[in-house]
Design a binder for this molecule. Structure first.
Ligand code: AP5
Length: 218
């Protein structure tokens, strides 16, 4: 099962990919998480990645494709993966097609998280994430049991630097200009599955599981 989760910032892609990862046991590959972890470790690319992410701009395609190609070579990706936040441009989508073609593979389906952008801003400003295990929370819709503490690992909950209103605006602009055309790209290939991402988390998750079951080979 090779899935792509496509949608605007804050649409719930990461939340649902983490839930599905637990249910299916296939890896959740989030380019955003990979970049944040590189920045935390202070690797070679850390400064460059941070400059793009803090400004809400997309990281250049060449950099992204190299990282994804290498991640998909790892052993755990052999039985499938959930791509969250990638591809995000037409060139990335074509690059992904090439990576998969070399392995004689294809995308199984693209879940498009459809939602009114007004809801997203509110979700993003009230998002908190565990600085240790990256578990997502929301002060309104998914608060932790103890204020500021991760329910899962006891780590500290933080606000992402790019969840500030001015950066959120830039991320939306990038989404509309560069990523939204992918809806058409995948729809034309018959791969797009539209999801109502404004529904409660549990309902979205239930719908995804049902759709995934229909996609499994009979
Ligand atoms: P990335 O980390 O991918 O951010 P994003 O795409 O903007 O997506 P988010 O993580 O903000 O949202 P999400 O849809 O995962 O929502 P979540 O589940 O957390 O990318 C960050 C940056 O990295 C980019 O700006 C760019 O610079 C760079 N980058 C990454 N990939 C790149 C690429 N391929 N190319 C170039 N650059 C790239 O949910 C949001 C909140 O809502 C949470 O608080 C959650 O609890 C809550 N919530 C979730 N679902 C629901 C629900 N159904 N109802 C109510 N609340 C909900």
């Amino acid at each position: 099962m090779r899935l792509v989760f496509l949608g605007g910032p804050g649409a719930g892609k990461g939340t649902q990919a983490k839930i599905l990862n637990k249910k299916l046991g296939i890896p959740h590959v989030s380019t955003g998480d990979i970049f944040r972890s590189t920045i935390q470790k202070g690797g070679d690319d850390a400064k460059l990645l941070k400059s793009y992410m803090d400004a809400g701009k997309l990281v250049p395609d060449k950099v992204v494709l190299k990282i994804v190609a290498s991640r998909l070579q790892e052993e755990d990706s052999k039985n499938g993966f959930i791509l969250d936040g990638f591809p995000r441009t037409l060139d990335q989508a074509k690059g992904l097609d090439e990576i998969l073609q070399q392995k004689n593979l294809k995308i199984t389906g693209v879940f498009y998280f459809e939602i009114n952008p007004d809801v997203l801003v509110d979700r993003l400003v009230s998002r908190r994430v565990c600085e240790n295990c990256q578990a997502p929370y929301n002060l309104k819709s998914m608060p932790p049991k103890k204020d500021g503490i991760c329910d899962l690992c006891g780590g500290k909950l933080i606000q992402r630097p790019d969840d500030q209103p001015d950066v959120i605006r830039k991320r939306f602009q990038e989404y509309i200009e560069c990523t939204a055309p992918l809806v058409d790209y995948y729809e034309k290939q018959g791969l797009l599955v539209r999801l109502d991402a404004s529904l409660p988390t549990e309902k979205v998750s239930q719908i995804i599981v049902e759709l995934v079951q229909e996609m499994l080979p009979k």
